[in-house]
Design a protein around this ligand. Structure first.
Ligand SMILES: [Zn+2]
Ligand SMILES: [Zn+2]
Length: 115
């Protein structure tokens, strides 16, 4: 089984966290989220991981360690993942883009990127 850790950011708290993603039947699923700081994520190489898939979450996915949401958005500008915890307004935790942030319909490609 292939597994990678990708990084997500919580716009409410401005903090990043790691999300373990597993490949199952040719698609990627989020299975576990855990708090992490930027320095450790970088030294582990999590910011360089790249995966492609629907990135749906599994039954036992625990959600964002800060705001508890399981939903996410991918940013149309920087291509990174953030929590989607606000019904009225979608915000990218990384670059601050609002409104025009894409949801995760269909396959997405995720790159960790820099901070
Ligand atoms: Zn969050
Ligand atoms: Zn962004």
């Amino acid at each position: 089984m292939k597994a990678e850790v990708i990084l997500m950011k919580c716009p409410e708290t401005g903090r990043i966290y790691g999300v373990r993603a597993e490949e199952r039947h040719g698609d990627w699923f989020r299975t576990w989220a855990f708090p992490i700081d930027a320095r450790r994520a970088s030294s582990e190489g999590f910011d360089r991981n790249e995966i492609k898939g629907s990135l749906d979450y599994t039954e036992d996915y625990n959600g964002c360690p800060y705001c508890k949401t399981k939903r996410m958005v991918i940013c149309s500008r920087c291509g990174k993942l953030s929590c989607w915890n606000n019904e009225e307004r979608i915000t990218c935790g990384w670059c601050g883009l609002t409104g025009d942030v894409l949801t995760t319909e269909g396959d997405i490609s995720v790159k960790g990127g820099s901070y």
